[in-house]
Design a protein around this ligand. Sequence first.
Ligand SMILES: Cc1cc2nc3c(=O)[nH]c(=O)nc-3n(C[C@H](O)[C@H](O)[C@H](O)COP(=O)(O)O)c2cc1C
Length: 275
Amino acid sequence: MPEKDELLSHPVIDLLMKRRSTRSFDDKKIPQAIIDTIKKATLRAPTAGNQVFYSVIEVEDQQRKERLARLCDNQPMIAKAPLVWLFLADVDKWNTYYRESGSMEKGKAQGIEVPETGLGEFLLATDDALIAAQNAVIAAESFGIGSCYIGDILENHEEIVSLFSLSQHVAVATLVIFGYPKSKNALPVQSIRPPSDTVFMKDTYTPYTIETLRYAYGKQEEDARKKKRLPFDNTGSIADEYYFRKHTSDFMKEMNRSSELIIRRWKDPDCQETE
Ligand SMILES: Cc1cc2nc3c(=O)[nH]c(=O)nc-3n(C[C@H](O)[C@H](O)[C@H](O)COP(=O)(O)O)c2cc1C
């Protein structure tokens, strides 16, 4: 059996271990042949029932990119990224196929009513889209192309729907921006993760205790304190940092409102905005 360190140097593992989010891009265009290869690698991602319940919109138009950057909690890097892919959970394409090819009619003739497109399909299609997105991220990374997920795509759903003309059973899963990193020196240092024994469990769920959580996020807290990034004049904890900056933030309120709309719209095309 090879040594642990030797296993870590396996090329795929090495790529995974070194990846980090890139938020500052060189102007250099990504050659089309490389984009096409990333598309092929994306499509090789596992997909539920081999149905490919997702679609990807490449956002090329600059005005659209700028609007997207504003709608995603004002992140200008989205408009500056050379490649922007919107991953969509897409059950609509199969509903069209079932309807247009006559499957629905054949079903009705056998007494099978057309079922509602439910939350099971929503989650399955979202799984599909996210798994495909990560294939794209890793394929890009293998060509030296950095990327960053944009979770704020879950905000402002009404406007996202109209910006991209999304039909009822097409929902945003994630947005990924890609590009060559501006410079090797501009690459952020690798982020710190909790130790694996605080994430991987055996056979049953073990609720976290405050001690386990402090151990899990201790290194992050230490690092943030060194950089004087913690709240309350750097006397706060990493829990305080996330609680005030994320969990209680306006953007999280908007993300929760908008996400509720994503689900309600999936179930009811006429649903109105949520408060
Ligand atoms: C679901 C998801 C949403 C994210 N949303 C954003 C975002 O809106 N803006 C951003 O700058 N980074 C975003 N990120 C990137 C994370 O901040 C980043 O992955 C994390 O800090 C760990 O850093 P690393 O990717 O360099 O390891 C997101 C990542 C994920 C997986």
